[in-house]
Design a protein around this ligand. Structure first.
Ligand SMILES: Cc1cc2nc3c(=O)[nH]c(=O)nc-3n(C[C@H](O)[C@H](O)[C@H](O)COP(=O)(O)O)c2cc1C
Ligand code: SF4
Ligand code: SF4
Length: 434
């Protein structure tokens, strides 16, 4: 049986599944139940400075995007950091850590962007026995308007500066949580590393308006006739998060910096994909808000079985396995040729592949009067659109042509050699013709 124990930037946990800083980690009651359910660690709901408590709206704070079956695909929120007093959170964290010493307990923190605020609060929080800190430079609403959260996370110099202060203030690991609301994720990641961060975590939520009420002409969630942008998360953001994780993992400047992958993780498979792209562990929020703490059971058994099946003995073995295969477009092999193939036994004759290919691709699917659909190899450019729109999984597949085969579309024999754009004869900047 594969070993799921995880050591992330020196922080040990029985498995790589942590709860992200959010409502599921807002209080002792939740975190105890999460640990009982099997979660390996939690990042406590973001703590702020001492003083008057944070005030949340008293109307709806969530909006959502659904699939056709009303499965929740994306969640939008306008919640702020914890609105519970600092001393209450600290007392609860102390008790929880004492009772669950083998679980990771990380304190998420967001205070004003000055040295004293950060250096005062970290040692105080460390007294709880927590295993490390996550700096919340990501929250895109409310706190950003006060110069915190993503307002810091969008300025690499601030990230570096605050990270350095935090490293000076504590010997515990510092995880810098990055905002995706930035054009190049490498800039804040590199800044975090320069500041001495032990790890980065990403993504926090994405600026979003999830819907507009067309009677009151107001963005939702609607508070007394007005709305504001919120933070988007859930399965819909997973592709964005995975790309950012992979970018950091393969960037020479940040390669090797531990990454905690966050964004839409719902199943063991999502987690495995983040791990393969270079994450050392994953954090989960929306999936637990949708289905409850018990989903971790499927994550643990699924990942464990997968590792066994692949002959891997640890999570560390999977981590980063796909990184060498992430490349730039210009290095893709242009001599690799595939064609779509329709399995007539599976086809239900719905015609979606035909409509898609006929109207937006390469008119490569024929339709007979009795609705038999077939791919014409001499027209198919292998775009994969028919595979993507076909409602029957596995009904259309892509067949790879072997070297020496004829590509009926181009009339050329498939080459056995690798050839990319950098050497292609049509490329005016080609370094040398192949
Ligand atoms: C209601 C809500 C509140 C959140 N509060 C925080 C927070 O206080 N601190 C923080 O760092 N991230 C916060 N997040 C962001 C999550 O930790 C996480 O980064 C994000 O939701 C993406 O993960 P997911 O797709 O699994 O939800 C919050 C998310 C939601 C939905
Ligand atoms: S792969 Fe693209 S071009 Fe080929 S049949 Fe499908 S939709 Fe048409
Ligand atoms: S989309 Fe799939 S099921 Fe529908 S006609 Fe095409 S191959 Fe058949």
């Amino acid at each position: 049986m594969a070993d799921l124990t995880s050591e992330f930037c020196g922080i040990k946990s029985p498995n790589p599944f942590w709860l992200a800083s959010a409502p599921p980690t807002d209080k002792e009651y939740n975190v105890r139940r999460a640990f009982e359910a099997g979660w390996g660690g939690v990042v406590w709901k973001t703590l702020g400075e001492e003083g008057l408590p944070v005030v949340n709206v008293n109307g709806p704070r969530y909006g959502a995007i659904y699939g056709a079956d009303r499965r929740l695909l994306g969640l939008n929120n306008i919640e702020l950091i914890t609105d519970r007093p600092l001393e209450v959170n600290l007392a609860e964290m102390t008790r929880v850590k004492k009772d669950y010493p083998d679980r990771a307990l990380i304190a998420s923190v967001m205070v004003p962007c000055d040295e004293k605020s950060w250096k005062d609060i970290l040692p105080r929080i460390a007294e709880t026995g927590c295993d490390g800190f996550e700096l919340n430079f990501g929250c895109p609403h409310g706190m950003a308007e006060r110069g915190m959260g993503s307002a810091v996370g969008q300025v690499p110099e601030y990230i570096e500066m605050v990270t350095r202060w935090c490293k000076e203030a504590t010997g515990l690991p510092i995880i810098v949580k990055l905002t995706p609301n930035i054009s190049n994720i490498l800039l804040p990641a590199e800044a975090a590393k320069r500041g001495g961060a032990d790890a980065v975590s990403l993504i926090n939520t994405i600026n979003s308006i999830s819907s507009v009420n067309l009677d009151s002409f107001c963005p939702e969630p609607m508070i007394d006739g007005k709305g504001t942008h919120g933070g988007y998360c859930g399965p819909a953001v997973k592709p964005i998060a995975m790309n950012m994780v992979a970018e950091i993992a393969r960037n020479p400047e940040t390669h090797g910096l531990p990454i905690s992958g966050i964004g839409g993780v719902t199943t063991w498979r999502d987690a495995a994909e983040f791990l393969a792209l270079g994450a050392g562990n994953v954090q989960v929020c929306t999936a637990v808000m949708t289905y409850g703490f018990k989903i971790v059971e499927e994550m643990i058994s699924g990942l464990s079985e997968y590792l066994d099946e692949k002959g891997m003995t640890s999570v560390a073995e999977l981590s980063g396995k796909a990184v060498p295969n992430v490349t730039d477009w210009q290095y893709l092999n242009l001599n690799h040729v595939t064609k779509a193939v329709i399995d007539q036994d599976e086809c239900i004759s719905c015609g979606r592949c035909y409509a898609a290919c006929e109207d937006t691709s390469h008119q490569a699917i024929s339709m007979t009067s009795d609705r038999v659909f077939e791919v014409m190899d001499d027209e198919c450019v292998a775009c994969n659109l028919c595979v993507n729109v076909c409602p029957i999984e596995g009904c259309i597949t892509m067949k790879t042509l072997e070297p020496g085969d004829l590509d009926e579309r181009t009339g050329k024999i498939v080459s056995k050699d690798y050839g990319n754009w950098t050497k292609h004869p049509n490329n005016p900047s080609a370094t040398a013709a192949e």
